[in-house]
Design a protein around this ligand. Structure first.
Ligand code: GTP
Ligand code: MG
Length: 157
C-alpha cells in the first residue's frame, strides 16, 4: 500500500476590517463561533490537517487583521504563501470593492514558487438579511474583480 503523500500549504486570508475572517477560520478549524468582535492585531496562525484522496494536507492558515495601520506589517506575512482567500461581507459593498486593492497588495508581495497563484473570493455573513450579493453570483464576482491578462485568475465560491 502506498504511504500517503504529505503536503504543507501556507494560506492567507485578507479583507476589510470586520468582514469575519477570524470567525470563519475559527468555525472551520475549531467549530466555534464568537459573537463578540475582537479585531485581529497583526496576524495569527491556525493549523488544520485534512486528507484528500491519497494526500495528507497540513494547512497553515494565516489570519490577518484588516486594520489599515497593520497593513504594511501584515503584508510581510504574504511571502511564501501558496494561495489566498479574499474575504468580503455580503452586506457591505465597500468591503467587496476593496478586494481589488487587497488582491493587488497580495500579488505585489508574494514570491510564488509556482507560476500560478490561486485566489478565492469568499462572501461572508450570508445569514444576514440585508445581503447585497445574491446566490452564488459566480459570474458577477468574476466580472467584478478586474483581472488583467496574464494575472492569476481569481475564483469565487
Ligand atoms: N451575522 C454574522 N456575523 C458574523 C459572521 N462572521 C463574523 N461575524 C461577526 O462579525 C464581527 C467581526 O468578525 P471577525 O471575525 O472578528 O472579523 P475580522 O474580519 O476577523 O475582523 P478584523 O480582524 O478586525 O479584520 C464579529 O462580531 C462576528 O461575530 C457571519 O457569518 N454572520
Ligand atoms: Mg480578525
Amino acid at each position: 500500500m502506498n504511504p500517503r503523500k504529505k503536503v504543507d500549504l501556507k494560506l492567507i486570508i485578507v479583507g476589510a476590517l470586520g468582514v469575519g475572517k477570524t470567525s470563519l477560520l475559527h468555525q472551520y478549524v475549531h467549530k466555534t463561533f464568537f459573537e463578540e468582535y475582537q479585531t485581529t492585531l497583526g496576524a495569527s496562525i491556525l493549523s488544520k490537517i485534512i486528507i484528500l484522496d491519497d494526500t495528507t494536507l497540513k494547512l497553515q492558515i494565516w489570519d490577518t487583521g484588516g486594520q489599515e495601520r497593520f497593513r504594511s506589517m501584515v503584508s510581510t506575512f504574504y511571502k511564501g504563501s501558496d494561495g489566498c482567500i479574499l474575504a468580503f461581507d455580503v452586506t457591505d459593498p465597500e468591503s467587496f470593492e476593496a478586494l481589488d486593492i487587497w488582491r493587488d497588495d497580495v500579488l505585489a508581495k508574494i514570491i510564488p514558487m509556482e507560476q500560478s497563484y490561486p485566489m478565492v473570493v469568499l462572501g461572508n455573513k450570508i445569514d444576514l438579511e440585508d445581503r447585497k450579493y445574491q446566490g452564488t453570483a459566480e459570474n458577477h464576482l468574476i466580472d467584478s474583480i478586474k483581472l488583467s491578462p496574464g494575472q492569476p485568475k481569481s475564483r469565487c465560491c
